[in-house]
Design a protein around this ligand. Structure first.
Ligand code: SAM
Length: 467
């Protein structure tokens, strides 16, 4: 059977989509090729969030196409995911060696389309249409990819985004928010746990919006005709996302729950209380702040102020004093002045994020910010990126150093990627810990003593590992 190689660019959502496509292909008899050179089908799962990510995937495909044309003309090449969705046919017009362009609502058709192309029934396929119900099709997992059981898994709970932040292309690449039902998600999580998974990360573009559209639609239906969606039948007044957390929390054998990405404005009190109430919900929150300046936050259409964001951080730390908080920040948004940027630096110092992902603003087509006056020159964006990175690294170093000498619980995930002779685990507050363990520790919750801190990695003392 044909061998497939999938290369993934971008976020965890993309990783999850690639995994589901790979699992669907394996179920149809395809094999997973260990490298591009050994593959009969090469798929690039793309990201559109910044221009850099798009250019990287296009450059990669140009190289693959040149090689395939010269040496292996039967190899099938395809783009899928966000850039495939936003550029569609344009990709084949530009790169005629590409055979397949698969949009973000079409991942589950990958096997059928590849069968048709490989059998010679169809030459080129571009499918980027919207497909109702596609949010529930990212469900297959590859749990034993490396022959070893997986301890952690991602579960996609929804697709799309309705936020319309002025910088962001995601509403165009992922479509309107659509959520899966709670029973459907819980069934997938149960299945994973029965196969040995101990930690589940619930995924969505904005998980705090989970089920909101369905709840609104159901309310409209209740005033008119039709049946409400299963997501709304919970008797309490808590948000659908917290209802989902409650339901997943009940799964026996599951040890830890994480989620990403939330929106700061979606963090209601019920979600903050969930941290205090649900022991399996770990002390970790990724809160994308984007800017510390109210003026810029308004231009970005973020829907919260600096003060409200700081208030949220306080509430979370009051609920769980040891919570790990990370963030995303954009530097050089159109119109950002030195004073605005200083406010972002000050906010980073005040919050003391455990880590921050810093992005130089990138103009995305058809987004309002791309047309805004005051586009910031690249040199200034680079300089601000550098200054903020220094601040974030300095704070991160202090926070990681503070772990030295402490005992902390980790869930052991498997061998370290950098040094497979050592094992790696994660603290509840989402810090990676490397230690001299053994394969038998995989999947165990262990107490380790932290002896050393590197750059965003902790090292544990094997002498105090509970054997
Ligand atoms: N759920 C997140 C939120 O609350 O906004 C969005 C996830 S987005 C795919 C990941 C990060 O990419 C964003 O948080 C933002 O910092 C960054 N990003 C998005 N659009 C960008 C752009 N045009 N230029 C630079 N960075 C961007």
């Amino acid at each position: 059977m044909p061998g497939v190689f999938i290369k993934t660019y971008g976020c965890q959502m993309n990783e999850r989509d690639s995994e589901a496509v790979a699992a669907q292909l394996v179920a149809k008899g395809y094999t997973l090729a260990p490298s591009e050179a050994a593959a009969d089908v090469i798929l690039l799962n793309t990201c559109s969030v910044r221009d850099f990510a798009e250019q990287k995937a296009i450059g990669k495909m140009q190289n693959l196409a040149a090689d395939v044309r010269k040496n292996r003309p039967d190899v099938v090449l395809g783009f899928m995911g966000c850039m495939a969705q936003s550029r569609g046919q344009e990709l084949i017009d530009r790169l005629p060696d590409v055979d397949l362009v698969l949009g973000t609502q079409k991942f589950h058709h990958a096997a059928d389309y590849l069968d048709e192309i490989l059998a010679g029934c169809r030459d080129k396929i571009v499918d980027v249409a919207a497909e109702p119900g596609s949010e529930a099709t990212i469900r297959e997992h590859l749990l034993n990819g490396s022959g070893k059981k997986s301890i952690t898994a991602y579960v996609s709970i929804m697709q799309g985004c309705n936020q319309r932040c002025t910088f962001c292309i995601v509403p165009d690449t992922r479509g309107e928010e659509r959520s899966r039902s709670i029973p459907d998600i819980v069934a997938e999580c149960r299945q994973l746990v029965s196969q040995g998974v101990k930690e589940i990360t619930l995924l969505g573009q904005i998980v705090t919006s989970y089920g909101k559209r369905e709840k609104r639609d159901a309310w409209r239906v209740a005033c008119g005709t039709g049946d409400p969606s299963p997501v709304t039948r919970h008797p309490s007044r808590t948000s659908p996302f917290v209802q989902l957390l409650d339901a997943v929390h009940e799964i026996e054998g599951l040890e830890r729950i994480r989620f990403t990405a939330p929106h700061p404005k979606g963090y209601g009190d019920d979600l903050i209380q969930a941290y205090a109430r649900l022991p399996k919900l770990v002390e970790s929150a990724h809160l994308p702040v984007q800017s510390g300046s109210d003026r810029v936050l308004k231009l970005m259409h973020r829907g919260y102020t600096r003060e409200r964001f700081l208030g949220l951080v306080k509430k979370l730390r009051r609920a769980k004093s040891n919570i790990g908080i990370t963030t995303d920040i954009i530097v050089g948004f159109p119109g950002e002045t030195e004073d605005d940027f200083e406010q972002t630096l000050a906010l980073a110092r005040e919050v003391e994020f455990d880590n921050a992902y810093i992005f130089k603003y990138s103009q995305r087509r058809d987004t309002p910010a791309a047309e805004m006056p005051g586009q910031v020159p690249l040199k200034i964006r680079e300089e601000r990126n550098h200054r903020l990175l220094e601040t974030v690294n300095e704070i991160g170093k202090r926070k990681y150093d503070a772990f030295i000498g402490r005992r902390t619980q980790i869930l052991v995930e498997g061998p370290s990627k950098k040094n497979p002779a050592r094992m790696t685990g994660r603290t509840r507050c989402n810090k990676i810990v490397v230690f001299d363990g053994a394969e038998r520790h995989r999947g165990q919750l262990l107490d380790v003593k932290i002896t050393r801190a590197g750059s965003f990695t902790l090292y544990g003392d094997p002498a105090v590992v509970n054997l």
